[in-house]
Write a protein that binds this ligand. Structure first.
Ligand code: COA
Length: 168
C-alpha cells in the first residue's frame, strides 16, 4: 500500500515540553498500558530532564515529536532500559502519541527516523517492551520488522510484557 508519510520532526525535549507531554498524555486511552491513569506533571518534568541527560551523554533519547504546525504530539526515541527487571543493559525504543493523532502513521515515521539515528550513533541492537495486549504498539514493532524474542512478567502488575528486538 502506498500511503503518505506524515511530516514529523524529532527534537530533544525542552523544559516546557514536560507541560506539553502532560497535557497530550492526559487521556485514559493513552495511559491504558502505562498504569491506566494520567501521570502527574512532576513525572514528565523528571522524564524530560532525564532525556536531556541521555542526549548529552549518548546522542539519543526519547525525543518530542513535533508536527508540521509545530505542535508537540507525543514522544518517540530510545533510552537505556530503565528498570531492574526485563531487558537490562539494552537500548529500548519507545513511543507515546496523543489520542487525536493515532491512525496516521506518525509513530512509524518517527520510529524509522529513530532507527536511523541509532545506527548513526553505533547502537547495534534495539529492543521494545510492549504489553502483550497492546495491539497498536505491537503493530508498530511489526511495521519496523522487529521480532519477538523474550517474554517477561512485570513485577508489580504481573502483566505479560513482550520483548521485541531488531539488529541495526
Ligand atoms: C502505540 C501507539 C503509539 C500507536 O499509534 P498508531 O497511530 O496506531 O501508530 P502509527 O503512528 O504507526 O500509525 C499506524 C496507523 O496509521 C495508519 N497509517 C496511515 N498512514 C500511514 C503510514 N504512512 N505509515 C504507517 N501507518 C499509516 C495505519 O493504517 C495505522 O492505523 P490503523 O491501525 O487504524 O490501521 C499509540 O496507540 C499510543 O500512543 N498508545 C498509547 C501509549 C502506548 O501504549 N505506547 C506504547 C507503549 S509500549
Amino acid at each position: 500500500m502506498n500511503r503518505t508519510v506524515p511530516a514529523v520532526r524529532l527534537r530533544v525535549p525542552t523544559d516546557e515540553d514536560a507541560v506539553a507531554w502532560h497535557r497530550v498524555f492526559d487521556d485514559p486511552d493513552v495511559m491504558e498500558f502505562q498504569g491506566g491513569s494520567p501521570a502527574e506533571l512532576s513525572v514528565y518534568e523528571e522524564l524530560t530532564a532525564r532525556q536531556r541527560r541521555h542526549d548529552a551523554e549518548r546522542g539519543f533519547c526519547l525525543w518530542s515529536m513535533v508536527d508540521d504546525a509545530d505542535r508537540v504530539i507525543g514522544f518517540t526515541g530510545a533510552q537505556p532500559w530503565p528498570h531492574a527487571w526485563g531487558p537490562r543493559g539494552e537500548i529500548e525504543i519507545g513511543w507515546r502519541l496523543g489520542r487525536a493523532h493515532w491512525g496516521r502513521g506518525y509513530v512509524t515515521a518517527a520510529a524509522r527516523q529513530t532507527l536511523e539515528r541509532l545506527r548513526a550513533a553505533g547502537v547495534p541492537v534495539v529492543v521494545a517492551m510492549v504489553d502483550a495486549d497492546n495491539a497498536r504498539s505491537i503493530a508498530v514493532t511489526e511495521r519496523l520488522g522487529m521480532r519477538l524474542t523474550e517474554v517477561f512478567t512485570t513485577p508489580t502488575s504481573r502483566r505479560r510484557g513482550n520483548c521485541y528486538r531488531l539488529e541495526l
